[in-house]
Design a protein around this ligand. Sequence first.
Ligand code: ZN
Length: 270
Amino acid sequence: MADLHQFGIYACPACKHLLHQENSMLRCPKCSQSYPIIGDIPEFIFEELSQSTDPELRRMRFIDKMAGIYETNLWYPIVMKVYGGLHSLSLPQLIGMVTEMVQPAKGRVLDIACGPGTFGRRVASPSKEVWGIDVSRGMLRQGAVYTNMEGISNVHFARARVESLPFCDGSFDATICCGSLHLFTDTVIALREMARVMKPGAILAVFTFTAGRGGILKYRWFRKLIQGYGLHAFTLPEVEHYLTASGFDNFHPKVAGSVLAFSAQRRTEE
Ligand SMILES: [Zn+2]
């Protein structure tokens, strides 16, 4: 049985009012919308991925089935070599970089498109409590299995979209977004929503892909092809421009092959 504290942070994604827990529901006292809690995971998305008319959600319809292999050698090492190139980073190296970027933060960490908590479970510490959101129920359930197995009690999962986060303004001391920024239809809308729920000065740590230098992303035809599917292979100036437009400063990129890891900071004054 989950404690109240775990669900006390969630706000209505529609009207941003803090939600009340009623049995296995979170209810909005302002707009009366209810959100079910299924297996300790609140659901803020009402559609099934396979039936969604939203291309971003439909694209993710196979991801539920990948949950079991996501952290095995069948996924990350292959994806990183194919997209990032031979000189790209391994999963432990990426986890190390992201963990170091958010190291100074204490308090609440938001994990955007958290999957089974691959990064969030490793970032969580006695001084950092992690809230992960993802559109994939399969990934979130796998994450709950891992946290139970590993005895981790300070990582929480919710099914929600980056464009409509179920949190109040300024809720988080840091945000991580690992392996998903290139998947969001509108990068600025996604980054602005992250900025909204972050405290001024909070650190954003991201790993995504950049155009060129290694792997299949160095080929223009491949970048064109993935753009046709609504995916992005960012250039560094593009990322910096999107960050500035979304309320972030202090862009610090690190590139290995076609892998881009960067940190940025939520602007202190708008
Ligand atoms: Zn509401």
